[in-house]
Design a protein around this ligand. Structure first.
Ligand SMILES: [Zn+2]
Length: 226
């Protein structure tokens, strides 16, 4: 079983992109790529691009599209990517998507498969605003889906549970609105090319995983690297 192409997983925060894209990458034995990990890795290894990115990230500034795309192209040229790869939450903009298409084409990967994770808003709000983390061991709870035995207290070590500032309801609503606004052009772009596959990511991890695998089986042999 081979992926032989790029799988792009899109979806709002809280849609479970990380979990699913890691599982698919493992299943096909291909790298799971996120630009955040790629940047940290480039910096740790002290690559040319890493040296450029480091001071920018330390200042807390955003790394330019040019730098991101150069890093992506370099990463895709590495041997472990020859059988395909899974992008988690990338591309983020229309411009990145168009450039990624050109890179994939020039490296012989053909067209990507784009899976868009959609989750009903009330469910997303519960997943995100329900998230509390132990201040001692970092264990995460969800007060709706996976509550601690005693409210506000970690089961394992009695640590106080804290909520990240950007998981508070007002912040979450803002994050989702920003995501929506930024991503709509991107999904429209892939849809117009006939590459977009929608997945109801409000279901369980197992069900979503099955659905993604079914999509990959169905499009196998179409428009990928052969
Ligand atoms: Zn704990």
């Amino acid at each position: 079983m081979a992926l032989n192409r790029a799988l792009i997983v899109l979806g709002p925060p809280g849609a479970g992109k990380g979990t699913q894209s890691r599982r698919i990458a493992q299943l096909y034995n291909v790298p799971h790529l996120s630009t955040g990990d790629m940047l940290r890795d480039a910096i740790n290894r002290g690559t040319e691009l890493g040296k450029i990115a480091q001071p920018i990230m330390e200042r807390g500034d955003l790394v330019s599209d040019e730098l991101i795309m150069a890093m992506v192209e370099q990463r895709l040229s590495e041997p472990d990517c020859s059988k395909g790869f899974v992008f988690d939450g990338f591309p983020r903009t229309l411009k990145q998507a168009a450039q990624l298409d050109a890179i994939l084409e020039s490296h012989g990967f053909g067209k990507p498969i784009v899976v868009d994770f959609a989750v009903p808003e009330d469910k997303l709000l519960k997943r995100l605003t329900g998230r509390w983390m132990c201040s001692v061991d970092g264990e995460t709870y969800n007060i709706y889906e996976k509550p601690p035995k005693v409210a506000g207290i970690c089961d394992a070590d009695g640590g106080t549970l804290i909520q990240r500032a950007d998981d508070r309801p007002e912040a979450v609503k803002e994050r989702l609105a920003v995501y929506e606004r930024k991503t709509k052009p991107l999904t429209d772009y892939y849809e117009s090319k006939g590459l977009l596959e929608r997945v109801d990511a409000g279901k369980s991890v197992e069900e979503v995983n099955r659905e993604v695998r079914a999509i990959l089986n169905r499009v196998d042999g179409q428009h990928g690297r052969v």
